[in-house]
Design a protein around this ligand. Structure first.
Ligand SMILES: [Zn+2]
Length: 120
């Protein structure tokens, strides 16, 4: 069954991939070892929500990336960097500490497509 949650991380106990739910009252748990995680009301939850929103926004705005550019002054000349280039280089991962363990949260673009039924 495909997960509805685009965020996932490696379980701090067994290392298996855990789908991260940010739904109120829902506790993410590891399907492999059964370890439960609580993020309710924590700073971590806030950061995770912001990260998910950012990743969703990047996906939602994909179409304008080819039109937009960032102008950067390098010495006497101005360089235009296409946003598309910047954002495709931006890794959709976030490093956070979960229960004292440095953990990488990964944003799965495919999970968004599963939700909307789109294949692109
Ligand atoms: Zn586990």
């Amino acid at each position: 069954m495909p997960t509805k949650h685009p965020l996932e991380f490696a379980c701090v106990k067994c290392g298996e991939s855990v789908a991260l739910s940010l739904v109120e009252g829902e506790m993410p748990s590891c399907a492999s070892c059964g370890k439960r995680y609580t993020f309710e009301g924590t700073q971590l939850q806030k950061q995770l929500r912001q990260f998910e929103a950012l990743c969703r926004q990047i996906q939602a705005s994909k179409e304008i990336f080819s039109e937009a550019a960032v102008a950067v002054d390098v010495g006497p000349s101005r360089v235009r960097i296409p946003l598309k280039l910047l954002l495709t280089r931006l890794n959709s991962v976030l490093d956070l500490e979960i229960e004292g363990v440095k953990t990488t949260i990964t944003f799965r673009v495919e999970a968004l497509n599963e939700q909307t039924g789109k294949t692109s």
